[in-house]
Design a protein around this ligand. Structure first.
Ligand SMILES: CC(C)(COP(=O)(O)OP(=O)(O)OC[C@H]1O[C@@H](n2cnc3c(N)ncnc32)[C@H](O)[C@@H]1OP(=O)(O)O)[C@@H](O)C(=O)NCCC(=O)NCCS
Length: 248
């Protein structure tokens, strides 16, 4: 059971980080994976009332990885903590299956009382780097929390939250269709190819410049006086002799 869970976590890392090349690399070099292994031990000790041992195991995990997960926190399956440094997960926090947390994320509390005071993440939630989710509310399945967002209130399923305080900028609709599928760095799957994007930008620019050029040509044509043959002759003569060209 434990080994199956560990294997699933390794595979989740491989699936969600294009930089990961092999299971061995994940086992040896991924602090997020190490932190979860230490947390499994710490949580087991905590549940069996070995509270100090649980805290100590959690502390060793923190020293080795820079990721602080309280032994009381409940962490689901296939959770991926990428980079991880500075992540803090509080005592009463819950993290659903298939969630992804980036570095600097806090699942924190806003009260000192011994009660549920940290957030609960649903399944498939992606939390961007340095986002802070503070308080005992729920973040719905498939929600995406932008980098550096400060989330202080309940988040509906499938919502995208950004800013401080966080506001909802998008929501996959209807929420029942929210599937906890992974989107790298939480960005939408329908982002156009960057080269196509650059070309489209250039074409827009060319279109704008053409329109401006046509406008200037029309304006110039309107301003230019209609010169008959006689006037042209007189101007040429005065130009040649240097006499009063500017009088016209
Ligand atoms: C929030 C996020 C998920 C949105 O991605 P998206 O669905 O592709 O949305 P868009 O980029 O179209 O942005 C939608 C709006 O939110 C704003 N926005 C996006 N991310 C934001 C952020 N982190 N903070 C503030 N505003 C943000 C955009 O400017 C845009 O605003 P506009 O509609 O006024 O122009 C994504 O930007 C993000 O922050 N992902 C986390 C990435 C991360 O932490 N990576 C760590 C790698 S180590």
């Amino acid at each position: 059971m434990l080994l199956t869970n560990l294997r699933e976590e390794i595979d989740a890392t491989l699936a969600r980080d294009p930089a990961a090349r092999s299971r061995l690399e994940v086992v040896l070099c991924y602090p997020g994976f190490h932190a979860l292994v230490w947390h499994r031990l710490a949580h087991w000790l905590w549940q069996h009332r070995w509270l100090l041992s649980g805290r100590f195991a959690s502390h060793i995990g923190r020293v080795l990885t820079g990721i602080e997960i309280h032994p009381g926190a409940r962490i689901g399956k296939r959770v991926f903590i990428d980079h991880g440094m500075g992540v803090v997960v509080g005592e009463t926090a819950e993290v659903g299956d298939d969630c992804t947390l980036y570095q600097g994320v806090t699942l924190g509390g806003t009260s000192l009382r011994q009660e549920k005071r940290h957030p609960t993440l649903g399944n498939g939630v992606i939390v961007g780097s340095h986002a802070q989710i503070l308080g005992p509310f729920r973040v719905g399945d498939g929600a995406r929390i932008g980098a550096a967002a400060v989330v202080l209130t309940e988040v509906p399923d499938g919502a995208t939250m950004v800013g401080n305080p966080a506001r909802q900028v998008a929501r996959r609709d209807p929420p029942s269709e929210v599937k906890p599928t992974f989107q790298p760095y939480a960005v939408c799957g329908d982002i156009p190819d960057p080269v196509a994007r650059a070309l489209n930008g250039l074409l827009d620019e060319v279109r704008t410049l053409r329109a401006r050029f046509a406008e200037l040509e029309n304006a110039r044509a309107r301003e230019r006086p209609v010169l008959d043959g006689d006037t042209i002759g007189n101007r040429a003569l005065r130009f040649a002799t240097g006499n009063g060209v500017e009088d016209d």
